[in-house]
Design a protein around this ligand. Structure first.
Ligand SMILES: C[S@@+](CC[C@H](N)C(=O)[O-])C[C@H]1O[C@@H](n2cnc3c(N)ncnc32)[C@H](O)[C@@H]1O
Length: 273
């Protein structure tokens, strides 16, 4: 599986549970090649993957929507944005910067412009930046992003991405966040905690990636301990939860009873000090 395929897969998951994800635009990205991948993932890794990704979207949708409403708008800076569609559900005083690898950014911009012209999407101010987090330096990233931040405050989102990065790149990204943000600005981040590595379902996930790996598209498998976030320079954690706890609020009918049986991601909101 190539990294860009993971972006199609999670977008399709959100479209399966619009009532939970609150993403009514995800289905625009659905396509037969992704539909063909999903049954095998649900069977060989975990049947709960679609609802868990929808819960993750719901959490950030609500966090960002209330942040931007309280502040009369601002900028969502989405690192590894894939096919996220949050901005089309927010008020039009929210600008967005989409950051991803070049092939995703080019494809996404073309599709978004087309669907906006067709009236399938409301007009929103969206800027695009093609960046490879592994290859570009802190300075290069800051220099390309700073000039396109038009409105403050900012909410940086990095959702479904750090698993694919190593710790050096993650540290580098926090340096970029610190340079771009002002006190009170927020970062929303998703990660697996190291304890998830001991579960059978996580082993099945790694096995799935290993057996479906595209040799030109190598990626890391990172987990990050909670202590990393309490020590990160310039930020403090103001909220944290996980998909298991969110399932009790928004998906109780899915009978998810044991957090060790699911690929339970942890979600953090950090505030710039
Ligand atoms: C699983 S998708 C998640 C997409 C989106 N954030 C979401 O939750 O729907 C992972 C995304 O991270 C991007 N990504 C992974 N490694 C990256 C890197 N080194 N530089 C830039 N983007 C990267 C991929 O291209 C992909 O779009």
């Amino acid at each position: 599986m190539q990294i860009h395929e993971t972006a199609f897969v999670v977008s399709t998951y959100r479209s399966y549970h619009e009532d939970v994800s609150k993403d009514t635009y995800a289905k625009l990205w659905n396509n037969p090649a992704t539909d063909a991948l999903i049954p095998d993932i649900l069977k060989s890794v975990s049947e709960h993957e679609a609802i868990l990704h929808s819960l993750r979207n719901r959490f950030f949708y609500e966090s960002m929507n209330s942040f931007f409403k309280e502040n009369g708008g601002g900028t969502l800076i989405n690192f590894g944005s894939g096919f996220s569609m949050y901005q089309f559900s927010f008020d039009d005083n929210v600008s967005t910067i989409e950051i991803d690898k070049k092939d995703i950014i080019d494809y996404k911009k073309e599709k978004i412009d087309h669907w906006t012209q067709e009236g399938k999407l409301p007009y929103r101010d969206v800027q695009y930046a093609a960046i490879d987090f592994n290859k570009n330096s802190v300075e290069e990233m800051v220099n390309s992003l700073r000039p396109i931040i038009k409105k403050e405050p900012t909410f940086i989102l990095i959702e479904g991405v750090v698993f694919f990065l190593n710790r050096t790149t993650t540290n580098k990204l926090f340096e970029v966040f610190k340079e771009l943000q002002k006190p009170g600005d927020l970062v929303g981040l998703v990660t697996y905690l190291p304890e998830v590595e001991n579960t059978a379902v996580y082993e099945r996930l790694l096995h799935y990636f290993d057996s479906n790996n595209d040799t030109n598209d190598a990626f890391s498998h990172q987990t990050i301990p909670r202590s990393y976030f309490s020590k990160v320079n310039g930020y403090k954690v103001i909220e944290s939860t996980d998909e298991f706890d969110l399932s009790k609020i928004h998906a109780s009918e899915h009978s998810i009873r044991d957090k060790t049986q699911i690929l339970n991601e942890s979600l953090f909101i950090l505030s710039k000090a």
